[in-house]
Design a protein around this ligand. Structure first.
Ligand SMILES: Nc1ncnc2c1ncn2[C@@H]1O[C@H](COP(=O)(O)OP(=O)(O)OP(=O)(O)O)[C@@H](O)[C@H]1O
Ligand SMILES: [Mg+2]
Length: 262
């Protein structure tokens, strides 16, 4: 049997010995990892650990102080259509009059000049995406009038509609109740499998994601660890990352980290 060749072009993310600092303050040191097609990665760590900064690095918005980064085999560049990005903070004024379906539609052609998709095809794609995130019910509502959770779904739809190969979601569960959070996680998990999208999903609570993620990237104290939740969310790994005694308690299939902010 012939060996299966993996094109370096198709490796969504590879980082080698990355160092990031701001004004002499070290945020990450010697960070190295590779993410494969269709992998679902949870990105964890306390406030200020560098999670958002890592996403900005992949988006080409900031540069590392040292190290090599490749996104689908190329150096990070702004406006890369292969990446879908939902930023951490997105506020809409209560008077934001754009309709939900138009917000999602911007994801299709918001970054392009000139004529986009023919209007019938565009409408179909938007309708399908709204169905997929279960937002069809409020497709014609003004975004400014929607709840935080409803806006999160639209934000996800806007990112996914352009069919990116890598999706960066910065705290997409903020403002969601448990049922909605579970739905979003399950939806993202399905997309990883069905469309082979690689996802980096920043969150502060691993528990709702435990059954869905392939690996966890944990950032803390200028360092990081990557692996299965069973190997990373442990007393040994986290105590070594934080350089401080950390305990991990398992109960009812969940993992609770004690002794530090997460
Ligand atoms: N452009 C910048 N200039 C200076 N410092 C910055 C800049 N961007 C981020 N930082 C600092 O780098 C650190 C990491 O920030 P980052 O936003 O990546 O944290 P985070 O892990 O996303 O935290 P949170 O969970 O609060 O969102 C913070 O201490 C922040 O103040
Ligand atoms: Mg952040």
């Amino acid at each position: 049997m012939r060996p299966e060749l993996v094109s370096p072009q198709r490796v969504p993310v590879s980082l080698h010995d990355i160092r990031i600092s701001f004004g002499g303050r070290l945020i990450q040191n010697e960070m190295s990892f590779t993410i494969e097609d269709g992998e679902f990665i949870a990105v964890l760590g306390p406030n200020g650990a560098g999670k958002t900064t890592l996403l900005k690095l992949l988006l080409g918005l900031i540069r590392p102080e040292a190290g090599e980064i490749r996104v689908f085999g190329r150096k990070p560049r702004r406006g890369n259509p292969e990446i879908g990005y939902a930023p951490q903070f997105r506020t809409f004024d209560a008077n934001f009059a754009v309709r939900a379906r138009d917000l999602v539609g911007f994801g299709l052609d918001g970054h392009r000049w000139g004529p986009g998709f023919p209007s019938r095809k565009r409408r179909r794609l938007v309708d399908e995406m709204l169905e997929e995130v279960r937002a069809a019910e409020y497709a014609d509502a003004a975004v400014g009038e929607l709840s935080g959770g409803e806006r999160q779904r639209l934000s996800l739809a806007q990112v996914l509609i352009a069919n990116p190969g890598l999706v960066l979601l910065d705290e997409p569960l903020a403002n969601l109740d448990i049922a909605s959070a579970q739905e979003i996680i399950a939806l993202v998990g399905r997309l990883c499998v069905s469309r082979k999208v690689a996802v980096m999903f920043v969150t502060h609570d691993i528990n709702p994601l435990l059954q869905h993620v392939d690996r966890v990237l944990y950032m803390a104290n200028g360092r990081s660890a990557i692996g299965s939740p069973e190997t990373v969310i442990t007393r040994e790994t986290l105590s070594s990352l934080y350089n401080h005694p950390v305990d991990v308690v398992e109960a009812m299939g969940k993992r609770f980290v004690l002794g530090v902010e997460t």
